[in-house]
Design a binder for this molecule. Structure first.
Ligand code: AVJ
Ligand code: FE
Length: 482
C-alpha cells in the first residue's frame, strides 16, 4: 500500500474536486449561514486551504504565513460556528485563489518527500509518531512525512469537511443543488437471522502500523470481550417507524434522563427531515426534495438519544465501540484484525456505499461482498453508526501531530461528561460549551455514503455530541450473551 507522489497528487486532486463541486454556488449561498449549527460554506472552503498551508507548506518548510491573519480567521477553536458569518472572511473568489496558491506550493514539497525516500510501506511507519521537544523543522518534517502521514492527514481532513458541507447542504432550504449520483445497488433479504454472534475472546483494537491512522486510532492494543450478538444490518427506516408507531417517542421509560430532557425540550417525534404525508405515511426531505420514506434503507438523521431509546424498546442496546470494531475487523481464522470487513483491500464499489457515489444510504442487503467474518454487513459506508462509547484515549495514546485533532475532545477519565474541562470546548462545534458540558461526545463508526473511501477504515473513530442529527448517522443493535 505504498503511495507514490503521483498517488498523493491524485488523492489531493480528488478531495479538491469534491470541495469545489460542493461550493460551486452563488456567493450569497456561500456567505449565508444555512443553519446555526454549521459554518457558512465559504468558511469551510478557505479553512481546508489554511489547513493544507499549515501542514503541507509551513510545517514542512518553515515558511511564513501566505496571508496576514489567515490562521486566526480559520482556526475552529477561536471562532465557534455561530460566530463565523460575522468574521471578515475571504470572498469566495479570493478563497478559491488562495486554495490554488496553497496547492501549488504543497505540490512543490513532493521534492522533499522523494529526496528523503519517506514514502515507506506501512510496517516502516513509526508505531506512534511523536515530536520530541527541540526538533528542528527538518526533523519534524521527516516525522510528518513518514509513510506519507501528513499527506493522508490533509486529504482526510478535506474529505471530512466535504462531508460536513454536505450536511450543511442537507439543512439548506431551496431548490436542490446536490448531485444525486448513481442509484445504489438493490437490497436483498438476508438469511440466517437478524443478529450474528461474535464469540468471546481477545482481538486487537486500533492500529500501530497503518500510516493513514490518526493518533486516536493508536496504539494497537488487545481487548477481550465476552460473547455478544450484533445486528447483521443497520436498523432500517421500517424498524424505526415501528418504534414511532409503538409510541417510542412518548415513552419516558425507554429514554435516558438526559435523552428524555432533550426529547422534551426539542419536541422530538421522528428523525430529522421526516414528516407525516397526511395520508398515514411518511415523507423525508433529502437535499431539497420530498420523497416517500424508503422503508428498507438504514435510518439516518437520528441522534444518539433516539438510537438509545430505540435499542431499549427493541430489548437491545447499542454496541460499544470495541464490539463494533471486533464485529467489523476480527477474523477468527487468522486471529488478526482486517483493515476492512472484507479484508485489507481498499473499498471497491461492490464492498460499500462510500464517497457520495449515491446521495443516500443503500437498501439493506445491498453489499453481500462487504460482509465481515462474523457475517455482519454494511458496517462500512451507508450511515455512521452510533456506539454506546464516550470518546476517550486508548491506553498508550500520544497526541500527534497536534492536540486539537483528538485529545482536547476526550472525555475526562473520571466523572460525568467532561464537565469542568473548558479546554477545546468549542472545537469545530457551536461554541457555547453547553453541548460538551451537558452531553459530551459519543463515538461513531464505519463512515457514511458521504465519506470518502480514503477517510474510513475499521479502526477509524468519529465523534459528536449525542444530540446531533444533521450528520449522516444511524445505528445497529447489540446484546450480551451467546
Ligand atoms: C472527526 C469529524 C469530529 O469535523 O469536528 C475537521 C474532523 N477535525 N477539522 C470534525 C475535523 C478538524 C472532526 N470530526
Ligand atoms: Fe477542520
Amino acid at each position: 500500500m505504498t503511495v507514490t507522489t503521483a498517488g498523493w497528487a491524485a488523492a489531493l486532486d480528488n478531495s479538491r474536486r469534491r470541495t469545489l463541486a460542493y461550493t460551486d454556488l452563488d456567493d450569497d449561498e456561500l456567505l449565508r449561514q444555512h443553519s446555526p449549527l454549521m459554518s457558512p460554506l465559504v468558511w469551510d472552503l478557505a479553512h481546508v486551504g489554511n489547513y493544507e498551508e499549515l501542514w503541507l507548506v509551513r510545517a514542512l518548510t518553515g515558511a511564513d504565513p501566505m496571508l496576514p491573519g489567515i490562521d486566526d480567521l480559520y482556526d475552529a477553536f477561536r471562532h465557534p460556528r455561530t460566530d463565523r458569518p460575522a468574521l471578515p472572511l475571504l470572498s469566495p473568489a479570493r478563497a478559491r485563489a488562495y486554495l490554488a496558491d496553497v496547492r501549488a506550493r504543497a505540490l512543490d514539497t513532493f521534492g522533499t518527500l522523494d529526496a528523503r525516500g519517506a514514502l515507506a510501506p506501512p510496517d516502516v511507519a513509526p508505531a506512534s509518531p511523536a515530536v520530541a521537544p527541540g526538533q528542528t523543522t527538518r526533523d519534524r518534517a521527516g516525522t510528518l512525512l513518514s509513510g506519507g502521514f501528513v499527506y493522508g492527514m490533509v486529504v482526510q481532513h478535506e474529505h471530512q469537511h466535504d462531508e460536513t458541507m454536505l450536511a450543511t447542504l442537507q439543512l439548506r432550504a431551496g431548490a436542490p443543488v446536490v448531485d444525486e449520483g448513481a442509484p445504489p445497488p438493490p437490497g436483498r433479504s438476508v438469511s440466517g437471522g437478524d443478529e450474528v454472534l461474535v464469540p468471546a475472546g481477545e482481538f486487537v483494537m486500533g492500529t500501530s502500523a497503518d500510516p493513514s491512522a490518526y493518533d486516536n486510532e493508536r496504539p494497537a492494543h488487545r481487548v477481550t470481550l465476552p460473547d455478544f450478538w450484533i445486528g447483521r444490518l443497520p436498523v432500517s427506516n421500517r424498524a424505526h417507524l415501528a418504534f414511532i408507531e409503538d409510541g417510542g417517542y412518548d415513552d419516558e421509560r425507554l429514554w435516558s434522563p438526559a435523552g428524555w430532557a432533550w426529547r422534551c425540550r426539542e419536541g422530538l417525534t421522528a428523525p430529522l427531515f421526516w414528516r407525516p404525508d397526511g395520508a398515514g405515511g411518511w415523507v423525508r426531505r433529502r437535499f431539497g426534495r420530498d420523497e416517500p420514506l424508503p422503508l428498507d434503507e438504514p435510518v439516518q438523521h437520528v441522534c444518539w438519544y433516539e438510537a438509545q431509546a430505540h435499542a431499549r424498546w427493541a430489548g437491545r442496546r447499542l454496541p460499544t465501540e470495541a464490539e463494533w470494531e471486533k464485529a467489523c475487523a476480527f477474523d477468527p481464522a487468522t486471529g488478526r484484525s482486517r483493515r476492512f470487513p472484507w479484508g485489507d483491500q481498499a473499498p471497491a464499489p461492490e464492498h460499500a456505499n462510500l464517497g457520495h457515489r449515491s446521495a443516500r444510504p443503500a437498501p439493506l442487503g445491498a453489499y453481500p461482498a462487504g460482509a465481515s467474518p462474523c457475517g455482519a454487513e454494511q458496517l462500512i459506508g451507508d450511515v455512521w453508526e452510533w456506539t454506546s462509547s464516550d470518546f476517550s484515549a486508548y491506553p498508550g495514546f500520544v497526541a500527534f501531530p497536534y492536540r486539537e485533532y483528538s485529545e482536547v475532545f476526550y472525555q475526562a477519565p473520571t466523572g460525568a461528561s467532561g464537565a469542568g474541562t473548558s479546554q477545546g470546548a468549542t472545537g469545530t462545534e457551536i461554541g457555547t460549551g453547553i453541548e460538551r458540558e451537558f452531553h459530551g461526545y459519543k463515538v461513531l463508526r464505519g463512515g457514511s455514503w458521504a465519506t470518502d473511501p480514503s477517510a474510513v477504515r475499521a479502526t477509524f473513530r468519529n465523534w459528536d455530541h449525542p444530540i446531533r442529527r444533521q450528520i449522516f448517522a444511524g445505528f445497529r443493535l447489540a446484546r450480551t450473551g451467546a
